[in-house]
Ligand binder design. Sequence first.
Ligand code: HEC
Length: 352
Amino acid sequence: MRLNSSLFCNRTVLAAALALAGLSGVAAAQSADVDSSATLAGEIAHKQRMRQLFPEQTATTQPAPQMIPQLEVDADPSGMIATFQPGGSTETASNPFFQNLGTNGRTCFTCHQPQDGWAVSAQHAKERFLADSNDPLFRLVDGATCPSADVSTPIAKAKAYSLLTDKGLIRVGLPMLSTMQFKITHVQDPYSCTTNPATGLSDPKTGIASFYRRPLPSTNLGFLSAIMWDGREPDLFHQSVDATLGHAQGNTAPSVAQQNQIVGFEGCASANNPDACAAIPPGGGLFTAQLVDAVAGSLDRQGAAGPRQPRSGSGGFLYRHQRSARAEPDRRTVRPGHLQRIRGLGQPHRRH
Ligand code: HEC
């Protein structure tokens, strides 16, 4: 069925009406894996295609401090946030997390910085835009509301990047698949992205739907039970490849050695790929927590475990996402198991 353009309307909130059917048992798990890999392939192909359709000059590459110290402490809106690396400090020049592996000047550090809990806050995105609107954070592919957005004047450019500077959102364009047990029948698209066949859908089950999501913290990853908002990445190694080919619009994937260095720096989530984690020297990784609250004071006072003992297992998953919720007050806590049930639908369902 061709998508009738009258199904699309111009209200202010993007919403998709989805017709869903239930999944069950082993067949569902298998189809979830197939759908996840097809989703990832389609996502990367879309970002690479956007580079051809909407080329841009790369004026700046991402700077980084010379070193991330073993204990890094930064001020944040409610006190102090700290990151600890059990394996010691990291020289940024020799770790590909901080290297320009793509074509648009971005590195992982562009969107994952310690003062923002290894993500990006809207406040810092705005400050970066005001300091230099060519900062590599601001690239059409997924920094703008749509790769087709007008950036020809300073005012137009500020509007194009307003979701990032006002809300800290990155555009995640995900493909609709013929195997999906739903179709999109209605879209409210103030950015003319999902409704434009060049950047969006060509019919209810074909093309790209744009979702706008906060970067997740690339820290405390050893506690993860699923990767990305919708659990679509199978492991951190694969994730580092897709981030390089997608966000950084790389021509080639990072080598296995580079993937190992990136994941070694982040901390291997062994729940997702214990065999691959075995190749990573133990003792690495990033551990981040709020250290001091402006009102309550130091969070390990009076015998409290505070930031020294983040919880493990599924509790760790909650712990990480409760942390994110500090920065985004309207996000409610995810219950363990929720994600597994909706995996494979290829949609942003971590947020419930
Ligand atoms: C343009 C910004 C941007 C860049 C550059 C970027 N990321 Fe991300 N990252 C995001 C966003 C947005 C998400 C969440 C997307 C989603 O779930 O659909 C994310 C998610 C992640 C996650 C998942 C964490 C979790 O809790 O599931 C990891 C790990 C990660 N990124 C690591 C990296 C690495 C490694 C690189 C470099 C190779 C990188 N990122 C480059 C924006 C970025």
